[in-house]
Design a protein around this ligand. Structure first.
Ligand SMILES: Cc1cc2nc3c(=O)[nH]c(=O)nc-3n(C[C@H](O)[C@H](O)[C@H](O)COP(=O)(O)OP(=O)(O)OC[C@H]3O[C@@H](n4cnc5c(N)ncnc54)[C@H](O)[C@@H]3O)c2cc1C
Length: 264
């Protein structure tokens, strides 16, 4: 819970609550960096993100002897439409989580995953992850950034990298006294290619069942592709690898029978 809460915006006046006391601020520029449930976006009437994923994550004890590897579970029974992960974090702990487009039963899904891994949660957090950036992120004197703008990567739901890139762009625009519309143009020129490509991958991935996923993994497990992935794989810029894979990818894709899966 923030110490100072923005409660409402009227024209250029922001109504706040600081430690229970009301406060009014007249602002030249308003930046909505208020996360996935952005109230600033709602007050100003920004268009919505393309869709939302629901994510949940537990901190669990982790034996460093198990190695410094990230484990990904693509089994659609564990995380429909997305994936689950085990990421070694600080000394002696790991983050175990999953994201899905199915809002119901997410805690139960995490419980089953933790049982499978024989892990006990120390702490659990959950939240919505908006993906597919809003069609506009600047309106008049108001700009949105980070999850409020839905800048997270559609492939992984990771919002830290793109959010930081966009925040830096916004900082430069504000410090340079440029019009706010330049922020919209600049962040899109830095990020929108990867975000669009990521959304395309996401849409394809959501239509895959376990059988197709196993087929693709077996296909990509060939030496030639493993070398390519090792050389070009970059979690923040998946389009580079995708472009290199595209010729073989389409050949494989044509031989797959796809099942359509609904999204949130
Ligand atoms: C389970 C889970 C795991 C994730 N794991 C990763 C990961 O490994 N890597 C990664 O890159 N991303 C991850 N993400 C996504 C990442 O957490 C978000 O993309 C990132 O936190 C977005 O940052 P933000 O600053 O835009 O929003 P937030 O981190 O949500 O911050 C918004 C802030 O605004 C404040 N706020 C909201 N409303 C008001 C108000 N009215 N007045 C005042 N303050 C307000 C909130 O209190 C909060 O402090 C994960 C998300 C989830 C749900």
């Amino acid at each position: 819970m923030p110490l100072t809460r923005a409660c409402f915006l009227e024209d250029r006046t922001l109504f706040l609550e600081r430690e229970g006391r009301p406060l009014k601020v007249r602002a030249g520029i308003i930046v909505g960096a208020d996360g996935s449930g952005s109230e600033v976006a709602r007050w100003v009437g920004f268009p919505p993100p393309s869709r939302y994923l629901l994510g949940i994550q537990a901190i669990v004890p982790y034996d460093p002897e198990r190695g410094d590897f990230i484990e990904i579970f693509l089994d659609q029974g564990i995380a429909p439409g997305f994936f689950a992960w085990v990421v070694p974090a600080e000394e002696g702990v790991a983050r175990v989580g999953l994201a899905t487009h199915e809002a119901r039963g997410i805690r139960y899904r995490l419980k089953k995953l933790l049982e499978k891994l024989n892990s006990q949660p120390i702490k659990v957090r959950s939240g919505f992850i908006p993906i597919g950036a809003r069609a506009r992120t600047v309106k008049g004197r108001v700009a949105l950034v980070g999850d409020a703008a839905a800048q997270a990567k559609p492939t992984t739901g990771g919002g830290l990298y793109p959010g930081i890139v966009a925040a830096k762009v916004l900082g430069e625009v504000l410090c340079g006294d440029h019009p706010l519309s330049l922020y919209e143009r600049r962040w899109r020129s830095r990020l929108s290619h990867e975000l669009r490509m990521g959304m395309m991958i996401r849409r394809i991935a959501e239509r895959l069942g376990d059988r197709e996923i196993s087929y693709i993994l077996a296909f990509l497990g060939r030496k030639k592709f493993l070398r390519m992935i090792g050389r070009l794989g970059d979690i923040d810029h998946p389009s580079v690898l995708l472009k290199a894979l595209s010729r073989d990818w389409w050949e494989m894709w044509k031989s797959l029978k796809l099942r359509r899966r609904p999204a949130l």
